[in-house]
Write a protein that binds this ligand. Structure first.
Ligand SMILES: [Zn+2]
Length: 480
C-alpha cells in the first residue's frame, strides 16, 4: 500500500497541476479519483492527454470503460452531453449516469434510495443469518449491533434513513427476535436496557445522527462556530426565533444543527465551560442523543399484555413492580432469565394458537381441548410439566399457578426473592423444553433434565440457584 501511495501521489499532483484551481477540483483517495469541473468537455480533453504521458512513464492505463460522467446542469443537458461525446467518440451512453459513485456513495439528484439499496440488502442478509443461528435473545441483539446494523453505518453518515429504511429496520428486528409479529415492539428493543438486558439494538436514526455530527464537526471548521453566538437559541428548537435572529437556515438543517449543538453542550468542560474535543465523540453523541429520547414505557406494555392473560385481575402498579424485579434479577440471575420471562409476559412464544392453528395438542400433556391446546397460558401452567419440574427439585407448592408465575404474587401478596427466583427458573426451563418439543423432541423427564443441565452448565448463577433449590427446597418462606 505504501509503495502504491508513493507512486500514485506524484501522478495525482501531475494531473492537478494541469487544471485551474478556480474551475476544477480533484479528489483522490486510494485508487478512486474524482473531478468536479465547470467545463467537463475542456477538462476531459486534458485528462486524456495527461494519461497518454502517464502511460508512457508508469505503464498505467486509463480504464476508459470504468469512467463515469455526471452532469449537473438542469437546462441544456442534452447539448452538454452531445458536446462531451463530440470531443471523445469512445464515450458511450452508459457512462453518462444519473448518479455517480465516489468512495462508496452515489452523488447526484435523488440518490438517497440508491445509496441505501445495497447496504440494506446486506443488512437484511446479515439479520436473517443471525436469526437462523437461534442463539438467544441477548446474543442475537449483540450480534445484530456488530454484524447487521454496522452495514448501514457508512451510508447513514451522509443520509438520514428514509421511511423505507425505517420500515426494513422494523421488519429486521422482528425477524431477529423470532416470535409472533409485534408482540415485542421494535421500539422496546432500542431501550431494553431498562429491564436489565445488558445490550439493546442500536437505532439507525441514532447512528445516522451521531455519525453525521461527527463528520460535520471533523470536516467543517465553522459548523459549531455559531454556537457561542446563538447559544441562547439552543434548545428552543424554534425556527421562527432563528429567523428573527437573522439565521438563514432551512428547517431540516436548523433541526440538525440545533440537535447537534445540544450534544456540543454535553462536551463542554465542566471546569471552564469551554468546548473539549476529547469529550466530543460519536459514541458520546449517540449516548447523549438516546438519553434525550422519550424512554419506552415497559410498564405500560406489560400492563397491556397482562390484561390478555389475566383479565384485569392485576393492577398497573404490578407492572412497574415487575420492571423493578427484572432489573434486579438480570444482575443476580442473568439476562436470559429476564428476557425469557419478558417473552412469556408479552405472549412471544411461538405457540400455534398465535398463528391461528389452535387445534394442536399441548406438547407436554398431549391433551387437546379448549384449555389445553398449544397456547402459552396452558403450556406454562400444564400440570404434567409442573409435576416433572417439582419432582426433579423435590418441591411442593400449592400456589404454583399462572398468576404467581407471571406477576410474582400469590393471593395478593408479593412473593419472596427465593420464590421469584424459582418462578423465573421454572419459566426458563418450561420455555426451553417447549421449544425442544416444538422442534421434534418428545416430552419426557429426561428431556427436562437435559434442559436443566444445559441451563446450569452455561451460567454459574443458574447453577447455584439450581443447587440452592435442590439443597433446601422451599415451603413456608415464599411470601413476604
Ligand atoms: Zn399440557
Amino acid at each position: 500500500m505504501t509503495i502504491f501511495i508513493l507512486a500514485y501521489d506524484p501522478i495525482i499532483k501531475f494531473i492537478v497541476s494541469r487544471f485551474s484551481v478556480e474551475s476544477t477540483a480533484c479528489y483522490g483517495y486510494c485508487d478512486d479519483l474524482g473531478f468536479a469541473s465547470d467545463d467537463l468537455r475542456r477538462d476531459w480533453i486534458i485528462i486524456k492527454k495527461c494519461f497518454i504521458l502517464i502511460k508512457k512513464f508508469s505503464l498505467l492505463e486509463l480504464n476508459l470503460d470504468k469512467n463515469q460522467f455526471h452532469l449537473t446542469c438542469k437546462s441544456d443537458l442534452v447539448n452538454q452531453i452531445l458536446r462531451l461525446k463530440e470531443c471523445d467518440t469512445d464515450i458511450t451512453d452508459d457512462q453518462i449516469v444519473e448518479a455517480i459513485k465516489y468512495l462508496g456513495i452515489f452523488l447526484g439528484r435523488c440518490t438517497a434510495d440508491t445509496n441505501w439499496d445495497l447496504p440494506l440488502k446486506k443488512f437484511v442478509d446479515a439479520t436473517l443469518s443471525i436469526a437462523s443461528l437461534s442463539c438467544g435473545f441477548t446474543t442475537s441483539i449483540a450480534l445484530y449491533n456488530m454484524l447487521a446494523v454496522s452495514k448501514l453505518s457508512f451510508v447513514a453518515t451522509f443520509f438520514m434513513p428514509s421511511q423505507k429504511v425505517l420500515k426494513v429496520e422494523k421488519w429486521a428486528l422482528q425477524k431477529l427476535i423470532r416470535g409472533p409479529w409485534g408482540a415485542i415492539p421494535s421500539l422496546a428493543l432500542f431501550d431494553i436496557k431498562q429491564i436489565g438486558i445488558p445490550t439493546q439494538a442500536r437505532a439507525i436514526t441514532d447512528i445516522s445522527f451521531s455519525s453525521s455530527v461527527r463528520a460535520a464537526n471533523r470536516t467543517s471548521n465553522n459548523f459549531f462556530q455559531e454556537f457561542n453566538i446563538h447559544k441562547n437559541l439552543i434548545g428552543t428548537n424554534d425556527v421562527t426565533v432563528a429567523a428573527a435572529a437573522g439565521l438563514n437556515l432551512k428547517d431540516s438543517f436548523f433541526k440538525f444543527w440545533n440537535d447537534a449543538s445540544v450534544s456540543y453542550v454535553d462536551a463542554l468542560d465542566p471546569n471552564n465551560n469551554l468546548f473539549n474535543p476529547s469529550l466530543f465523540s460519536q459514541r458520546r453523541v449517540f449516548k447523549f442523543n438516546r438519553s434525550r429520547a422519550m424512554p419506552f414505557n415497559f410498564a405500560d406494555l406489560i400492563c397491556r399484555r397482562l390484561s390478555f392473560f389475566l383479565d384485569g385481575t392485576f393492577f398497573p402498579r404490578d407492572a412497574e413492580r415487575i420492571v423493578g424485579i427484572y432489573r434486579r434479577k438480570a444482575v443476580s440471575l442473568g439476562p436470559n432469565f429476564v428476557s425469557t420471562h419478558f417473552r412469556t409476559i408479552t405472549n412471544h412464544w411461538c405457540a400455534r394458537s398465535r398463528f391461528g392453528c389452535a387445534r394442536i395438542p399441548c406438547w407436554f400433556c398431549r391433551k387437546l381441548d379448549h384449555n389445553t391446546n398449544d397456547r402459552v397460558q396452558h403450556s406454562l401452567n400444564c400440570p404434567v410439566f409442573k409435576e416433572v419440574f417439582l419432582s426433579l427439585h423435590k418441591l411442593s407448592f400449592s400456589f404454583f399457578d399462572l398468576y404467581s408465575l407471571l406477576i410474582f404474587k400469590h393471593a395478593g401478596e408479593s412473593l419472596s426473592d427465593n420464590a421469584i427466583d424459582i418462578m423465573l427458573f421454572f419459566n426458563l426451563v418450561s420455555f426451553q423444553t417447549y421449544n425442544r418439543c416444538r422442534n421434534g423432541s418428545d416430552f419426557s423427564v429426561r428431556l427436562v433434565r437435559n434442559v436443566i443441565k444445559n441451563i446450569i452448565s452455561k451460567s454459574s448463577n443458574a447453577w447455584s440457584l439450581h443447587s440452592r433449590i435442590k439443597r433446601f427446597g422451599y415451603g413456608s418462606d415464599l411470601i413476604v
